[in-house]
Design a protein around this ligand. Structure first.
Ligand SMILES: *[C@@H]1O[C@H](CO)[C@@H](O)[C@H](O)[C@H]1NC(C)=O
Ligand SMILES: *[C@@H]1O[C@H](CO)[C@@H](O)[C@H](O)[C@H]1NC(C)=O
Ligand SMILES: *[C@@H]1O[C@H](CO)[C@@H](O)[C@H](O)[C@H]1NC(C)=O
Ligand SMILES: *[C@@H]1O[C@H](CO)[C@@H](O)[C@H](O)[C@H]1NC(C)=O
Ligand SMILES: *[C@@H]1O[C@H](CO)[C@@H](O)[C@H](O)[C@H]1NC(C)=O
Length: 655
């Protein structure tokens, strides 16, 4: 019945193994968006590929009346007198990442001996703040993932079309066992723990290789395995044919569990994730009503959902529907209501059910819009404000973690993106504005496992000036202040009075997320430091750490925090809370991964010397990994990590 997409493994294997020549032609065969083809196509590629798109939208007009710019937030020091605080946020960074399986090599590196140092640096920065990071490898492409023994040129990933698949363009991802060694190697360098997904396309013939290999190779670095990805879309995506409702999903999970129970190569049998509904055709409640939680809670590690506030499918895939003009939806991302409170509200009940079941509750895949996000929105300072507010709101609603999706070079919303394939020898990475949001949440919740958050609804609940308080060890520890208003005149800069009464410290330390307008992608800073603009990033901060010390008035007990329009401030009140260490000084992670290895190898490549002078890029004998123009890409080669010192130099090739 469900045997729809029996995958022709033989054919795929042949395709990738037999040709002795580089598989450059695959670009044409699979009709991917063309990548830059020449050394000088820098500009062309930056306009072609969504991840480097340069669209600048007009900031939304200021609401009329504008928010009150001088307002007071009444705060109490003792958490026990505050009602509505979230659960304590435990463990690694609240924001983790979800990497679409088909683009893993664009993000993590080419293979287990060629990890991307920039990626490692970006993880190291989060680890410094939050202790660790959760990463999910999966997405729609996991349904057709097939492990093969070997791929050309030491690659760990490849793609082919997914069988006789007329209803969806999802390519089948080919991977080798090395994918798990890659993950394992990353975990040995930075504290990343992993989720993988079990292909769910064929519930009569379960393909459990991912479960077997992941458990075998990753051990404790594997947190859990996803049982089904957005099952509410299985019918419309053609994954199932006749009907598919939450009861059918229950049956499939049950069938999967039986097969896992019978498989000695999957010794851990109780670390599944579900239901991962997209909250499209089904609400989470439709699944809960089937008795899913009680039936499976002994087998589940966590309850999961997935959701995007919008989609850009019409534009990205020419579906024929009218494309959403990004300018028309930009304002919806720049307030606390439309795509923050309203987006999270449908999950409050689920968060409480998860708590009752004693399970983590994870937003397993999300970002600004599905089908790649929006040009001019998803990678802007405005999106950074939104993703911080959205993350805080999820944390307030008792989500335990959220995975920010990474779709590779053809999408707008990535928190980080490697350079286009063919230029990886001399251009560097690009950090999406939303990466800064992940840092902010990591700093806000830090590492005590006691941080609880509340949406303060200050300034009469004005949707352009949201604010949160974070309590650590039961004591007020930080205040987060947003200003979504974009007004270069300064007339809408905020002066927020924190009224702390007798708990007022002598001063507070404030870190700002800053940029000139919500529309831009460049020159963004967190506490004065930047990771660099497009193609400039190696994952390390540049510039001087700038923490503002703002004196408070003991009488009447106030600290006044300015917040620019637009802007975000995180105020550290640690002086008031002597039981917490002052963590505000965190900046560049002490453990870094060097990307200077190119000097050893670049003379094997031909390229424009000027480009080399102005960059810190890499070249390899195969110029950046993949030869199919889509998969290998980038991979700032890291290998032979010589650990021990704090700065880990990675070098791609034997000296
Ligand atoms: C880029 O790709 C084109 C065509 O695929 C190839 O001819 C060219 O040599 C490549 N350049 C580099 C620097 O790898
Ligand atoms: C916080 O929780 C994590 C994950 O459970 C644990 O590894 C860590 O040791 C905890 N930290 C503290 C300070 O308890
Ligand atoms: C990774 O790729 C490099 C370069 O192509 C190759 O030399 C190396 O053997 C590969 N590593 C693995 C584990 O396949
Ligand atoms: C990475 O994985 C390979 C297996 O491909 C292994 O030989 C190597 O020692 C690992 N490197 C690190 C740094 O863990
Ligand atoms: C989150 O959980 C806490 C602790 O159980 C509870 O008091 C609070 O009301 C929950 N938050 C929401 C929004 O339901």
């Amino acid at each position: 019945m469900h045997n729809l997409r029996k995958y022709d493994l033989g054919a795929a294997f042949t395709f990738f193994i037999l040709p002795a020549t580089p598989i450059v032609s695959a670009v044409t065969i699979y009709g991917q968006i063309p990548l830059a083809q020449t050394n000088t196509a820098y500009a062309a590629s930056s306009t072609t590929l969504a991840a480097y798109n340069e669209t600048i939208l007009t900031p939304p007009t200021i609401s009329n009346p504008p928010p009150t710019s001088h307002y007071t937030v009444n705060l109490v020091r003792d958490a026990n007198t505050v009602s509505g605080l979230s659960i304590p946020h435990v463990g690694p960074s609240f924001w983790g990442f979800s990497i679409e399986m088909s683009v893993v090599s664009q993000v993590l590196g080419k293979n287990s001996t060629h990890l991307a140092p920039t990626f490692l640096n970006l993880m190291s920065n989060l680890q410094e703040r939050a202790g660790g990071i959760l990463i999910r490898i999966g997405g729609n492409t996991q349904e057709f993932a097939v492990m093969v023994d070997k791929l050309d040129n030491g690659r760990t990933f490849g793609k082919t079309v997914s069988g006789s698949n007329a209803t969806t363009k999802t390519p089948a991802v080919l991977y080798t066992r090395d994918m798990f060694y890659m993950a394992f190697n990353i975990s040995s360098l930075v504290n990343v723990k992993w989720f993988f997904g079990i292909p769910f396309n064929d519930s009569m013939n379960w393909r459990l290789t991912i479960a077997e290999e992941a458990q075998d190779i990753l051990g404790d670095n594997l947190v859990a395995l996803q049982a089904g990805n957005e099952p509410d879309f299985y019918l419309s995506f053609g994954r199932r044919q006749i009907k598919y409702d939450p009861a059918d999903y229950n049956s499939d999970v049950d069938s999967l569990i039986k097969v896992i129970d019978a498989n000695p190569r999957i010794p851990v049998k109780n670390k599944l994730l579900g239901p991962s509904v997209a909250t499209g055709p089904w609400t989470p409640e439709m699944v809960w009503e089937t008795g899913f939680i009680d039936r499976f809670k002994d087998r589940l590690y966590a309850l999961t959902v997935e959701h995007y506030p919008d989609n850009n499918c019409a534009a990205q895939f020419n579906t024929g529907s009218p494309a959403v003009p990004p300018q028309s939806v930009f304002p919806a991302y720049l307030n606390h209501k439309d795509r923050v409170v309203d987006l999270v509200a449908p999950y409050v009940n689920s968060g409480n059910l998860a708590q009752q079941a004693g399970k983590p509750f994870i937003m397993f895949e999300t970002n600004s819009a599905s089908c790649g996000g929006f040009a001019g929105i998803s990678d802007t300072f405005g999106a950074a404000l939104w993703a911080a507010d959205y993350g805080f709101q999820m944390a307030f609603a008792n989500f335990t973690h959220a995975m920010m999706h990474i779709g590779g070079q053809n999408v707008f919303y990535n928190p980080f993106t490697s350079p286009p394939t063919n230029q990886s020898s001399y251009h560097q990475w690009t950090v999406g504005a939303v990466y800064y949001s992940t840092l902010i949440l990591a700093e806000a919740f830090a590492t005590t496992n006691t941080s609880r958050i509340i949406d303060l609804q200050a300034n009469a609940g004005n949707i352009y000036t949201p604010s949160y308080a974070i309590y650590e060890n039961d004591v007020l520890d930080k205040v987060a202040l947003f200003n979504y208003v974009d007004d270069p005149t300064g007339a809408n800069d905020l002066q927020v009075t924190l009224d702390l009464g007798s708990a007022t410290p002598a001063s507070v330390r404030v870190k700002y997320l800053a940029a000139s307008t919500v529309s831009i992608k460049d020159n963004m800073t967190w506490a004065g430091q930047t990771l660099g603009n497009t193609f400039e990033v190696d994952g390390r901060f540049r510039g001087t750490l700038d923490i503002h010390t703002i004196p408070c008035s003991p009488l009447p007990g106030e600290c006044v925090i300015p917040v620019k329009a637009p802007g975000f401030a995180l105020a550290f009140l640690d002086a008031a809370t002597s039981d917490s260490a002052d963590m505000s000084g965190l900046s560049q992670a002490t453990k870094t991964f060097s990307t200077t290895a190119w000097t050893n190898i670049h003379n094997t490549a031909t390229f424009n010397p000027q480009e080399v002078e102005t960059s810190n890029g890499h070249a390899g004998p195969n110029r950046g990994g993949g030869h199919d123009g889509r998969l290998g890409t980038s991979s700032f080669k890291g290998s032979k990590m010589t650990n021990g010192s704090k700065s880990v130099r990675t070098s791609a090739f034997p000296r």
